[in-house]
Design a protein around this ligand. Structure first.
Ligand SMILES: C[S@@+](CC[C@H](N)C(=O)[O-])C[C@H]1O[C@@H](n2cnc3c(N)ncnc32)[C@H](O)[C@@H]1O
Length: 280
């Protein structure tokens, strides 16, 4: 596989916080039309990278980042404090069921935090009720696994097979099904329509994934979260030491200019909350 689009994103400063990530979040905020006074909900905010960018976009507004993970939120709070961002708070909640005040937010955004719901229609309806009527939802989620080189390359390396997308997906059929649960645009429209959203748009993006500064750092990042970590944890014989070595070798061709950039394919989805048909 070839490395695409790498040169324009060469200013990485580490996993998930480099120029590629900032570009993707910028596109996300544009899709949600986040303005300087907006009240914004960031769903599945993780360590808060997208929340911080959103807070800077809405200096007279306010951003609430939510995530069920306590450790991630500790990082998020600490990074926001270090950056001196005052209009940003975080809460440890499950967006599927949390009783948000109705109509509290102008916009809801998510960078890859909406694929993990047990009942996606109910979860998105809960998000909708937190939006004012006509409020905007925008999220980024992965296209099918075989389109995502950031997925195919590490999984192939760990399995010791060639990085052919279809072969990797067939060799790992149960791998990370939740991660790709919204990879079909027909399904996205069904879920959002069922939850009470209208004006759904879905745009294909190909912003590379910034995995770290070096191949070794990127290997560590893949081992600490996501499908590669899950595979190693479930694998009966693969040790962390061997996994780290395989990943580092496989990621080396993608390193350059202080960043490891893996080609990626995302959907950028936007929709509007139709407050007239609030599902209960
Ligand atoms: C792939 S990570 C993305 C994190 C972050 N948005 C980013 O881009 O770095 C997915 C996040 O969604 C969160 N998440 C999963 N289920 C959730 C739920 N029901 N409510 C809120 N967040 C959830 C996870 O804890 C995780 O932090």
């Amino acid at each position: 596989m070839a490395v695409r689009n790498a040169g324009q994103y060469s200013t990485s400063n580490g996993a998930g916080t480099g120029a590629a990530h900032a570009e993707l979040v910028g596109r996300l905020l544009d899709a949600a039309a986040v303005g300087e006074r907006d009240q914004v909900l960031d769903i599945g905010c993780g360590a808060g990278g997208s929340s911080r960018i959103a807070a800077r976009r809405a200096p007279q507004g306010w951003v609430l980042g939510i995530d069920p993970s306590g450790p991630k939120l500790r990082k998020a709070r600490s990074a926001a404090a270090d950056a001196g961002i005052g209009n940003l708070t975080f809460e440890q909640v499950d967006v599927q069921t949390h009783p948000f005040p109705e109509g509290r937010f102008d916009a809801a955004i998510s960078h890859c935090g909406v694929m993990f719901f047990a009942d996606p229609v109910a979860a998105f309806a809960n998000v909708g009720r937190a939006l004012r009527p006509g409020g905007r939802l925008a999220f980024v989620c992965p296209q099918p696994a075989q389109e995502c080189e950031w997925y195919v390359v590490p999984i192939a390396a760990l399995l010791g097979i060639e990085a052919r997308p279809q072969q990797v997906v067939s060799a790992c059929p149960g791998q990370a099904p939740a991660l790709f649960s919204l990879s079909d645009p027909v399904r996205i429209r069904q879920v959002l329509g069922g939850a009470g959203f209208t004006d759904v748009t879905i745009e294909a993006l190909h912003v590379p994934r910034d995995a770290g500064r070096t191949a070794a750092e990127a290997a560590e990042a893949f081992l600490s979260a996501g499908p590669a970590r899950d595979l190693v944890e479930r694998h009966p014989t693969l040790t962390r030491h061997v996994a780290r070595a395989r990943l580092t070798t496989a990621l080396q061709p993608y390193a350059g200019d202080g960043a490891v950039l893996l080609p990626d394919a995302q959907w950028l989805v936007s929709a509007r909350w139709n407050g007239d048909m609030i599902p209960r």
